[in-house]
Ligand binder design. Structure first.
Ligand code: TMP
Ligand code: MG
Length: 212
């Protein structure tokens, strides 16, 4: 606990259904932080640039088939392979704005029928976000938005199950933002909660692990 009051970057995660607007909001947040002179990076999971990430990508594009447990563990491994870099970045003062994280891992796999506790197990020990902003949109509304891209999970029936699983995962630390509002309004709300979180972490909020 000796260095628990050290200033550090914030681990901010955006979660939500496919087409909820996470990616554009993540970019906007990083631009905002940079304008304010706050060191920030945009990260995303899956990180398709690693060799594990390439296996995930070919699964998502239906180029390969994998057992549900296997792909779950690959998504988790993809976070584990970035864990130490994540910790270094945070401790050296860089805020990470992360497009999806463990909650996507658990929500999407349990939506297939895998046991939720089993899904959480490989995530134990990953860094816990300081803030999870949930972009709240109904599966129907999300599906109306310029269509899905055709990747494996981008189907209304499946997204409904994912929404139910997110609902179970949602805890007191999550901040839900109504993602049906105009993009600038969503942006404004996110800015406020993210800047508060960055300030907390600058003051030296301790870094926790999942799932605590
Ligand atoms: P993306 O569209 O944000 O690149 O994510 C690709 C898909 O992968 C998306 O449908 C959500 C899903 N996913 C999982 O199933 N498990 C995970 O751990 C993550 C990060 C994403
Ligand atoms: Mg996608």
């Amino acid at each position: 606990e000796g260095n628990s009051k050290e200033s550090r970057g914030a681990l901010v995660v955006l979660e939500g259904l496919d087409r909820s607007g996470k990616s554009s909001q993540c970019s906007r947040l990083v631009s905002l932080l940079e304008r304010r002179g706050i060191s920030a990076e945009l990260w995303r999971f899956p990180d398709r640039t690693t060799s594990v990430g390439q296996m995930i990508s070919s699964y998502l594009t239906n180029t390969s088939e994998l057992d549900d447990h296997t792909i779950h563990l690959l998504f988790s491994a993809n976070r584990w392979e970035k864990r130490s870099l994540m910790e270094t970045k945070l401790k050296t003062g860089t805020t990470l704005i992360v497009d999806r994280y463990s909650y996507s891992g658990v929500a999407f796999s349990s939506a297939k029928g895998l046991d939720m506790e089993w899904c959480k197990a490989p995530e134990i020990g990953l860094l816990a976000p300081d803030l999870v902003a949930y972009l709240d949109i109904s599966p129907e509304k999300a599906a109306e938005r310029g269509g899905y891209g055709g990747e494996r999970y981008e189907k209304l029936e499946f997204q409904k199950k994912v929404a139910d699983c997110y609902e179970v995962l949602r805890d007191v630390t999550w901040k839900a933002v109504d993602a049906c509002q105009p993009i600038e309004d969503v942006e404004k709300q996110l800015q406020e909660i993210v800047l508060d979180c960055v300030t907390e972490c600058q003051k030296g909020r301790p870094l926790f692990s999942l799932w605590s």
